[in-house]
Write a protein that binds this ligand. Structure first.
Ligand code: FES
Length: 98
């Protein structure tokens, strides 16, 4: 039997929660915002299905970069992004936005 619910997501971005925690923020205008929060704001994203873009925090992805966060755009699952702390969110949003 098939069952589904609709969502407005145009894509889904996975963000390593552990990387983010290690940085204690690192993004946004004052460098204190976690990347998931900054991306949700920039891309009209969220966890719920009414968001335009799904921004989902996941566990460690076994890359563990120093001073950066591992991010996966699920539209390009073969190219994981290592996003350095301090990268302007607009720059990242542009790459991820669609
Ligand atoms: S802590 Fe983020 S990839 Fe391992």
């Amino acid at each position: 039997m098939k069952s589904h619910v609709s969502s407005r997501w145009r894509g889904a971005i996975l963000v390593c929660r552990k990387c983010s925690k290690k940085l204690k923020g690192g993004f946004g205008p004052d460098g204190k915002q976690p990347i998931a929060k900054a991306l949700r704001k920039a891309l009209d994203g969220g966890k719920g299905r009414k968001a335009r873009m799904g921004i989902i925090e996941v566990g460690c992805l076994d890359i563990c970069p120093k001073g950066a966060v591992t991010v996966i755009d699920t539209a390009y699952p073969d190219e994981w992004l290592i996003v350095k702390a301090g990268t302007p969110v607009e720059e990242l949003a542009e790459r991820l936005g669609r």
